[in-house]
Design a protein around this ligand. Structure first.
Ligand SMILES: C[S@@+](CC[C@H](N)C(=O)[O-])C[C@H]1O[C@@H](n2cnc3c(N)ncnc32)[C@H](O)[C@@H]1O
Length: 272
C-alpha cells in the first residue's frame, strides 16, 4: 500500500517537474496565465467571432494588413496571438505558410476547426506565445500581431518584441495593432469612460465588462512607451497610426541585425 503511495508521489512530482521545465526559468513571466480577460475558455472562444464581428470586418481588416506587409506566395508569416485565426485563415491564400501562435488552447482549437473548414492547410498552429514560441527553420518574412501584446507588462513586451525580431529576416515587415493609450493623462477618467462606453456600443454588456477588465487588470501602455519598446526591440517604425485615443497600428521594419551590429561596434570600440 505504502509502495503505491510512493509511486503516486513520484509520478506527481515527475509531472510537476515536467510542467515546470516546460514553463522555463522560474523568473520568467508566465504568459500562459491570463492576467485579465480569460481567453482560455472554450465558451468564450465559441462566441469570440460573433462578438468581434459586431464591429470588425475580418476580410477588409486582413486585406489592409496584407497590403501593408505585402502579398507573397513564397513568404512565411508569423501571426502572434492568432486567437480564433482571424488573420491567419483569411490571409492563408496570400502566403506560403503562416505560423499561428497563441497561449490559449481554447482559441487555438477554435482556430484549427475554422482553418480545416476553410481549407487553409498552410496554417500551422502552435501553443506558445511572445515569450515561449521557438521558431524553427529559416527566419520568417513577416509578422503580425493584433490585440495580443497588451497582456504582457512592459518589460515583458520588450522581451517578446525582441524575441519576435530575432525570428524575422533583416528588413522583414511587422504589423502591430493593439490598445495603446494616446490621451492626455489629465483626462484619464473621461478617457476610460469613453473607452468603456465605446466597447459597450460595439459589443453590449460583454463589451462593457471586457473593457473594464482590460483597463483594471491588463497592461495596455502609452503610445510613447510602445514606440520606445518597438525601437529598442530592433524595429524601425515606418508608420504609426493612432486611430483614436485607444487604438494604434504600427508598420515596422526589422532592423535588429543593424541594432546588434551597432552595439557590437560600440563593444568593439571599447575593447580597443
Ligand atoms: C483580443 S484576442 C486577439 C486575437 C486575434 N489576433 C484577433 O485579431 O482577433 C487576444 C489573443 O491574444 C492571446 N494572447 C494573450 N497573451 C499572449 C501572449 N503572451 N502571446 C501570444 N498570444 C497571447 C490570447 O490568448 C487571445 O487569443
Amino acid at each position: 500500500m505504502i509502495g503505491v503511495r510512493e509511486m503516486d508521489i513520484d509520478f506527481y512530482q515527475h509531472c510537476a517537474q515536467a510542467a515546470e521545465a516546460a514553463r522555463g526559468p522560474a523568473w520568467r513571466y508566465d504568459e500562459m496565465k491570463p492576467c485579465g480577460f480569460h481567453y482560455n475558455n472554450f465558451l468564450l472562444a465559441r462566441v469570440y467571432d460573433t462578438h468581434h464581428q459586431m464591429f470588425r470586418d475580418y476580410q477588409q481588416e486582413t486585406e489592409q494588413i496584407v497590403g501593408l506587409l505585402g502579398r507573397d506566395p513564397f513568404a512565411t508569416v508569423i501571426d502572434m496571438g492568432c486567437g480564433t485565426g482571424v488573420f491567419a485563415i483569411h490571409a492563408a491564400p496570400c502566403y506560403h505558410r503562416i505560423h499561428a501562435v497563441d497561449v490559449s488552447q481554447a482559441m487555438l482549437n477554435r482556430a484549427r476547426r475554422k482553418a480545416r473548414k476553410a481549407g487553409a492547410s498552410n496554417v500551422e498552429f502552435h501553443h506558445a506565445g511572445f515569450l515561449t514560441y521557438e521558431h524553427e527553420g529559416p527566419p520568417a518574412d513577416a509578422a503580425v500581431s493584433v490585440a495580443a501584446l497588451h497582456p504582457l507588462p512592459d518589460f515583458w513586451k520588450l522581451v517578446g518584441l525582441h524575441r519576435l525580431a530575432s525570428m524575422l529576416k533583416p528588413n522583414a515587415r511587422f504589423y502591430l495593432f493593439d490598445v495603446v493609450f494616446s490621451f492626455d493623462v489629465a483626462q484619464y477618467e473621461s478617457a476610460a469612460g469613453q473607452f468603456v462606453q465605446r466597447m459597450s456600443v460595439h459589443m453590449g454588456p460583454n463589451g462593457q465588462a471586457e473593457s473594464e477588465t482590460h483597463l483594471r487588470s491588463e497592461y495596455s501602455t502609452c503610445n510613447w512607451i510602445m514606440e520606445g519598446l518597438l525601437e529598442r526591440a530592433g524595429f524601425q517604425i515606418e508608420e504609426a497610426d493612432y486611430k483614436d485615443d485607444f487604438l494604434a497600428g504600427y508598420v515596422c521594419t526589422n532592423k535588429s541585425d543593424a541594432v546588434r551590429a551597432k552595439s557590437l561596434t560600440v563593444a568593439d570600440q571599447q575593447l580597443r
